[in-house]
Design a protein around this ligand. Structure first.
Ligand code: MN
Length: 430
């Protein structure tokens, strides 16, 4: 038995109030899906097995470059963060793994492992940080890290990534995610070619140190913190990197790291087709890298991404094994509530995508029946799969309504009593 931070009796009482209605809704949806030749239990079992990792930094209030407004009972350190992550998983049963960020979460790896195991949590990809200067770091990343003009600074950034791998080995992680802020702010500031050469050279050293059963994820982002050019700016460059490095290197797609209106689902399809899709950082955005909750702005886009993922899953696309992680920044909500909803949103879109009649879709595509094809997707998207998600949670002792249960349990007020208030900062985490 693992420790639980929310008393199971609270969860059970909240579930008891909703169970009769849920079973009726589930049966009614089951009947309607049956008419479409879909077994609701099969969908539910797939949803129950679908997990998304929670980023350790997501349980703290984020911020912008203008200000940070901390909430009550914010985690003080990685051990508090693990507790918050445990609450999310207890209620959703969808987030058993945590993704750490070094050096923010640096602690004795064995202690980290023990703390996570107490709550039945494991560790997802390790994230390195060479986009800000750590305390006491000899050389600055102001002008870049892995692509810096100075060899000693590049070496420092390489060493940091190697350290992340070492920590990850103890924790049982199987992947390293590298995102750099390197780029330039002015035309002419950097030589595009030489800068990218230096980056590739540094990444090759990191790649060479990767354990046999690990994967290396590189994350592209078109701009910010650099505003004129970014070294790893788009999926094309990312694909070049993954191809140059080798079989263990894959591209990571953060939904917020593209220009507005970019067809992200098509990028996902391309990366799958050529065996280089590593995984996702799920979030949503309206204008840039807004880091809003998954599916909060454009739920249809999230569905269309999952449509590609389910298509690949069902046709057993070669090498298809994407890692799923949330990557969000919460400024006006309780981060635990936002992460709970985002985990559910990711599961929801997976469930909706499982409802697509792929045989019919392929037929309409081949017959150039654009209207029927697009309606086939809409039919799946419009189906309210909430009873499937709730039933999957109930059967795993999670919460039928995770937000209501979280609020009823009074977790935030309880931790606010023992976690001192954090002073507002001038800027947040990125
Ligand atoms: Mn990201």
């Amino acid at each position: 038995m693992t420790d639980q931070l929310i008393d199971q009796s609270v969860v059970d009482a909240e579930n008891a109030r909703r169970e009769i209605d849920l079973r009726r809704d589930y049966d009614s949806l089951g009947e309607r899906l049956d008419r479409r030749g879909i077994s609701i239990d099969t969908i539910k079992d797939k949803v129950a097995a679908f997990h998304v990792a929670v980023p350790s930094w997501g349980v703290g209030t984020g911020g912008t470059r203008f200000a940070r407004f901390p909430g009550k009972g914010e985690p003080r350190d990685i051990f508090d963060k693990l507790e918050d992550c445990a609450v999310i998983n207890q209620l959703t049963r969808a987030t058993p793994n945590v993704s750490l960020h070094i050096p923010w979460d640096k602690a004795d790896p064995n202690r980290l492992k023990q703390s996570a195991a107490r709550f039945g949590l494991g560790f997802d990809a390790m994230n390195s940080n060479t986009f800000s200067d750590a305390k006491g770091q000899p050389l600055s990343y102001k002008f870049g890290s892995l692509s810096h003009t100075d060899a000693a600074t590049r070496q420092q950034a390489i060493d940091h990534n190697l350290e992340c791998i070492e920590i990850g080995k103890v924790l049982g992680s199987k992947a390293l995610t590298v995102w750099i802020g390197d780029g330039s702010n002015f035309p002419g500031q950097a030589d595009f070619t030489r800068q990218f050469e230096r980056y590739l050279e540094a990444m090759k050293v990191i790649y060479a140190d990767l354990p046999e059963d690990w994967r290396l994820f590189t994350e592209h982002k078109m701009y910010e913190p650099a505003f004129y050019s970014t070294v790893v700016q788009d999926w094309g460059t990312n694909y070049i990197i993954a191809t140059e490095l080798g079989d263990k290197a894959f591209c990571l797609v953060d939904l917020g790291h593209h220009a507005p209106n970019v067809n992200i689902e098509m990028i996902v399809a391309r990366l799958i087709q050529f065996g280089k899709l590593g995984g996702f950082h799920f979030n949503d955005s309206k204008y840039g890298d807004d880091d809003l909750d998954a599916g909060s702005i454009d739920p249809y886009r999230l569905f269309l991404v999952f449509n590609e993922l389910v298509s690949a899953e069902e046709r057993r696309a070669k090498g298809f094994n994407p890692a799923h992680m949330l990557d969000q920044s919460h400024n006006v909500t309780d981060p635990i509530e936002s992460l709970i909803l985002s985990a559910a949103e990711v599961q929801r879109n997976y469930a909706n995508a499982l409802l697509v009649d792929r045989k019919a879709l392929a037929g309409f595509q081949d017959a150039n029946d654009a209207l029927a094809a697009t309606q086939t997707l809409k039919t799946a998207f419009r189906t309210d799969v909430e009873p499937i998600l709730a039933m999957a949670r109930l059967e795993k002792n999670g919460a039928v309504d995770p937000i209501a249960t979280y609020r009823a349990a009074g977790y935030r007020a309880r931790v606010a009593e023992i976690r001192p208030e954090v002073a507002p900062g001038s800027s947040g985490i990125v």
